[in-house]
Design a protein around this ligand. Structure first.
Ligand code: PLP
Length: 376
């Protein structure tokens, strides 16, 4: 089990060749790889516009700026998720309203959404945790009825398909009211190293995002039409993401293989559960989560698996446990909104899904987990 890491990005000669070409070209900041990557990305997803940025956290920040939300606007979020989107809401003075998750798939509980909507609600932020998927059909119905924006964070589910459509393509809801984004961090399915990508089918929103990404500059040098920032992805890093798109079929295939091995070895076990996905969903997971049942299993298994290196990770903290968020100040929030999130926090571990990992090592990881349960 030596040398297996949770994050271990695979780069090939294709990435090296393009990175070298970008270096040689002298285009180190903005440059042709940025545009080529963006074009190729939205073509692949079957979406109209994609706007690259310098990380996933800035992707959501830029989106929130572009959609003109006002301070105090409420945005529904899952109470168990990666923290950065929540932090960006706080940075802009928006109010994250937590909705509990379901333990069967670790996604926002759709049945809890409607009662969390108030007059101040502007959007639902869907964060598809670990490569499973929220119930888009039901969520669309609610969002349409209440005229809400939908923002989809597809960082951990990129290239998954539902009904043969890529998750995050923005084709399933009113194009002016939906936007999605993904992190291109080194741990993700598609990497830049540090980077992010925003997807929209609205020309208006895409133009605004491009202006905001470059300090608010519009039309001519040093003329600024709105308050923006520097959110640009560098040409060097875009060359890596572009290269990855050239071999995206290979990446998807390997991830599907890893998923099928984990599923085969770890499903139907009374001591823990794996996520249940809908039939028409082909998952490309960021990491493979398992939900343990007994106290101490998480610590014990992590100790065994991580004895040589950080091979598996714990689940996220429930937002209720992060005091700096002052989440209970929100009148809409009660302890019940974190019931499953806190269970997930105590009992989830996440196994590696990167494309460098060997099949033999995945089998070994599964066997170590199964052996642990045989012994106790
Ligand atoms: C779901 C999700 N959203 C946002 C981010 C933040 O992206 P970045 O690290 O590129 O800023 C991450 C992780 O990196 C993530 O997993």
């Amino acid at each position: 089990m030596k040398n297996i890491k949770f994050v271990d990005p695979l780069t090939t000669n294709i990435e090296k060749k393009n990175l070298n070409a970008a270096l040689k070209s002298g285009w180190l900041s903005h440059g042709p790889y940025v545009e080529n990557f963006e074009k190729k990305f939205c073509k692949l997803l079957n979406s109209k516009y994609s706007i690259s940025v310098n990380n996933g956290t800035n992707a959501i920040l830029l989106i929130l700026m572009a959609l003109n939300f006002k301070r105090g606007d409420e945005i529904l979020v899952p109470s168990f998720c990666y923290i950065s989107p929540i932090h960006m809401l706080k940075v802009l003075g928006l109010v994250p309203v937590p909705v509990d998750i379901e333990l069967s798939n670790l996604q926002i509980n759709t049945n809890q959404i409607e009662k969390k909507i108030s007059k101040k609600t502007s959007a639902i932020l869907l964060i598809h945790n670990y490569g499973s998927i929220c119930e888009l059909k039901k969520i669309k119905r609610i969002a349409k009825k209440k005229n809400l924006y939908i923002i989809e964070d597809v960082s951990e589910v990129l290239f998954s398909k539902q009904n043969n459509n890529f998750v995050g393509d923005c084709n399933w809801y009113n194009s002016e009211k939906i936007i999605s984004y993904a992190s291109l961090h080194a741990s993700k399915t598609l990497i830049a190293g540090e980077g992010g990508i925003i997807i929209t089918n609205s020309k208006k929103i895409s133009l605004k995002l491009k202006i905001l990404r470059n300090h608010g500059q519009k039309g001519k040098p040093y003329f600024y039409a709105m308050t923006g920032g520097n959110f640009r992805l560098s040409n060097l890093l875009a060359s890596i993401s572009y290269s990855q798109l050239l071999r995206v079929r290979e990446i998807i295939k390997k991830k599907q293989l890893l998923n099928s091995i984990y599923e085969k070895k770890l499903s139907k076990n009374a001591k823990f559960s794996i996520m249940s996905d809908p039939k028409n969903f082909k998952s490309i997971k960021w990491g493979f989560p398992i939900l343990l049942k007994k106290k101490n299993d998480k610590e014990n298994i992590m100790k065994i698996l991580n004895r040589n290196s950080t091979l598996c990770r714990p689940g996220f903290y429930s937002l209720s446990k992060l005091n700096h968020l002052k989440i209970f100040k929100n009148k809409l929030t009660s302890k019940l909104d974190f019931k499953n999130a806190e269970i997930a926090n105590k009992n989830v571990i996440v196994l590696p899904m990167h494309t460098k990992i060997k099949i033999n090592d995945v089998n070994k990881i599964c066997n170590e987990i199964l052996n642990y349960f045989k012994k106790i």
